[in-house]
Write a protein that binds this ligand. Structure first.
Ligand SMILES: *Cc1c(COP(=O)(O)O)cnc(C)c1O
Length: 361
């Protein structure tokens, strides 16, 4: 008689439901051709002045734990943003803050509302917390459908995320739109404004995140050093929110999460505002150049307010990604939906323009 199999430890049932994060791929090496990674919305510039030196000094003390209280980082952010230290929560990237938000505010089965398609970490973090995702389709032009998102809020809703500019589709929400939305969301529902790309926004009536957080007791901003600041490899982001909410985020954080090297690099980066703005302006200028050329080639793209552009290609997405690869650039395809292409080095951007001009449509 066959022995019945030994029972094995079983994770919670939600764990098997967690979608896989698909990271942007590195380019396929091509002999004699410089290749460009335009698949992860990274910053093509090297670290800001003084950052490598500060990180190197911190690395020399790697036998010590980091400052668990992130004291110097909180002080620098507090001075930089004009917010009290108690209203800040730092973590290993703003992805970690999204996890912490769901863990701190959702019981299993509670609902989190966000646009879709939007940042792919949302469904992963929500499912990991055993929360239920309520995905509200973006409008045809890639913008959030904030009316439908407000209407999707139920008694079970604990968190709503507004991703602005929206990754991967590109458009940003205006302050008037955000204000009208906040007026409809009940005050016990946490509204997260994911501002990962805020430095790149150039539009009328842009969101003033800090003013919005000051005016509402249920608004938390998440921000990151990964994109404009170019520290994606070091994993550091932060939230700004009313003291009790920021306190909850800190309470569920991983002890000693942000490394000493990352803390030092973030602090040094905050001291380089002029160089930061120069680079961001150059990337925004490249974004305009790409958008103009691609639109001149006949494409209808949604507004691009981040450091990336969105090609709504539908069924032809993978074909486009393969054609990009042939040209020595790697894009981030979402099969059956579209391709997101980061603004990178000018030569990489030139290749994207060539692709847009030559891809049969
Ligand atoms: C890149 C990104 C983040 C930030 O990620 P980190 O974990 O800080 O590197 C957050 N939200 C959105 C929408 C993003 O695209």
């Amino acid at each position: 008689m066959a022995q019945s199999p030994q029972p094995t430890p079983q994770p919670r049932s939600n764990v098997a439901q967690i979608p896989t994060y698909v990271p942007g791929k590195p380019p396929t090496p091509r002999a004699g051709l410089t290749t460009y990674k335009l698949s992860s919305n990274e910053n093509p510039y090297p670290p800001l002045p003084g950052v490598v030196e500060a990180a190197t000094r911190a690395a020399e003390a790697m036998n010590r734990y980091p400052d668990m209280g992130n004291t110097a980082l909180y002080d620098a952010l507090s001075a930089n943003l004009g917010v009290p230290v108690e209203d800040l929560a730092a973590a290993t990237g703003s992805v970690a803050l999204i996890y912490q938000l769901f863990n701190a505010f959702c019981d299993p089965g509670d609902e989190v509302v966000y646009a879709w398609r939007s940042f792919e970490a949302y469904p992963i973090a929500a499912t990991a917390a055993a929360a239920t995702s309520v995905q509200v389709p973006v409008l045809e032009d890639g913008r959030h459908d904030l009316d439908s998102m407000a209407a999707a809020v139920t008694d079970r809703t604990k968190v709503v995320i507004v991703c602005t500019p929206n990754n991967p589709t590109g458009p940003a929400v205006t302050q008037a739109e955000l204000d009208a939305f906040l007026a409809k969301v009940p005050p016990h529902v946490l509204v997260v404004v994911d501002e990962a790309y805020l430095e790149f926004v150039r539009m009328d009536d842009p969101i003033d995140g800090l003013a919005t957080y000051r005016a509402h007791s249920n608004v938390v901003l998440t921000r990151t050093f990964s994109k404009a600041y170019g520290l994606a490899g070091f994993r550091v982001g932060y939230a700004v929110g009313p003291t009790p909410l920021a306190g909850a985020l800190r309470a569920v954080s991983l002890p000693f999460g942000v490394s000493s090297v990352a803390q030092a690099a973030a602090i040094a980066s905050l001291a380089s505002t002029d160089a930061l703005f120069e680079r961001v302006d150059a990337l925004v200028a490249e974004r305009s150049r790409v958008m103009d050329a691609v639109r001149d080639a006949g494409w209808e793209l949604p507004d691009a307010q981040g450091n990336f552009v969105w090609f709504p290609l539908g069924e032809r997405t993978m074909e486009f990604a393969a054609a990009a690869d042939e040209l020595g650039i790697v894009v981030r395809p979402f099969a059956g939906v579209g391709a997101r292409v980061s603004i990178g080095e000018p030569e990489g951007n030139d290749r994207l323009i060539t692709l847009a001009q030559t891809f049969p449509r």
